[in-house]
Design a protein around this ligand. Sequence first.
Ligand SMILES: Cc1cc2nc3c(=O)[nH]c(=O)nc-3n(C[C@H](O)[C@H](O)[C@H](O)COP(=O)(O)OP(=O)(O)OC[C@H]3O[C@@H](n4cnc5c(N)ncnc54)[C@H](O)[C@@H]3O)c2cc1C
Length: 408
Amino acid sequence: MAEFTMELNDEQKEVRDWLHGFAADVIRPAAAEWDEREETPWPVIQEAAKVGIYSLDFYAQQYFDPTGLGIPMAMEELFWGDAGIALSIVGTGLAAVGVLANGTEEQIGTWIPQMYGDASDVKVAAFCSSEPDAGSDVASMRTRAVYDEAKDEWVINGTKTWATNGGIANVHVVVAVVDSELGSKGHASFIVPAGTPGLAQGQKFKKHGIRASHTAEVILDNVRVPGSCLLGGKEKLDERLARAREKAKQGGERVKNAAMATFEASRPAVGAMAVGTARAAYEVALDYAKTREQFGRPIIDNQGVAFQLADMRTSIDAARLLVWRASWMAVNGKPFTAAEGSMSKLFASETAKQVTGQAIQILGGNGYTREYPVERMHRDAAIYTIFEGTSEIQRLVIARTLAGTPIR
Ligand SMILES: Cc1cc2nc3c(=O)[nH]c(=O)nc-3n(C[C@H](O)[C@H](O)[C@H](O)COP(=O)(O)OP(=O)(O)OC[C@H]3O[C@@H](n4cnc5c(N)ncnc54)[C@H](O)[C@@H]3O)c2cc1C
């Protein structure tokens, strides 16, 4: 097990500087344009693919860094550049992780390359779990997948919502109910390739922030996929369902805890995105406070402004430490006995909202306009307390973990 460290090693610093260069030179200059256009920034994704930032290999390398700092460092730098564009670059990863976690070697080898495409023809992927009536309450999902044994096909019906890259993806990973008695343990994931009859994009959402990232409904109307598109395969699914039925009879405690561990491990990455946005806004505010003069002196000479910056920096550093700790725990298999993954996401996302708001205040009227980036960063920051589990759900998980009560 790697020791917890608060210092990046030389190799990590090199990667960080390289990512920072890409974020500063390619992402940040394009941010305002794609925010206004509210479209997927394909040329930027293509640039990322050319240099190796848009590929599973790159993220896998960061993920398997035993210090646990690879992923948070990468997320912080890319989201420092711009949250909407960065989500367009890393959003495919959500679907890729779905396949890596549940798929067979053959499925991984077949579908992951099709999710990314290549630098001359980049593709994206979507992970479709949320539904109009199943957001925080994932267990109330309605999308059904029914097995047609005669044809060895699955027939999927339902409506997914809020899917990042939904409808424009080359590969959709769709979570559906296969046994409605088992709650979230009766769910399975399916690959739905682009162009499958019955798969369609519904409404594309016009959003408050991260507007360069495409978010849409996905309609599944009698979608038929071959048996080979069930992630993990039928035999493994049948075994898993039998085990879940058995455990449900015994009270289901261990089942719930296993599901929780998965979320705990992925939440620090979202926390790191929030740290990136918060740091970006703080840096703009600090520069501004040093150069903007009122009453014959820089505004940072007023304690009322300087103290805000002190609080902003303190919260950002605290958030990063919580994220790094949780990420180190996840990679090294340490049990999340106090829901440390949720803690890191909760604190970092609330920090991003707070800090970007303070940055607007420090820039005064300029902060409120699109001439300066903090207005966009504040809009972007609001997503972190909503997706991948809202702040209320993080509190619920932390509280129930401390109380020792089951987490549904
Ligand atoms: C831009 C964007 C991108 C997204 N990308 C994806 C994606 O790629 N794939 C995907 O599957 N999903 C995605 N989501 C969905 C996201 O994960 C959900 O929006 C989120 O889980 C919340 O669900 P909901 O919106 O239905 O809110 P609800 O669950 O309806 O919650 C509404 C409010 O009630 C509160 N609440 C709910 N239950 C409780 C409770 N028990 N105790 C206290 N408070 C509670 C919530 O905290 C929230 O404040 C995305 C969402 C957005 C906005």
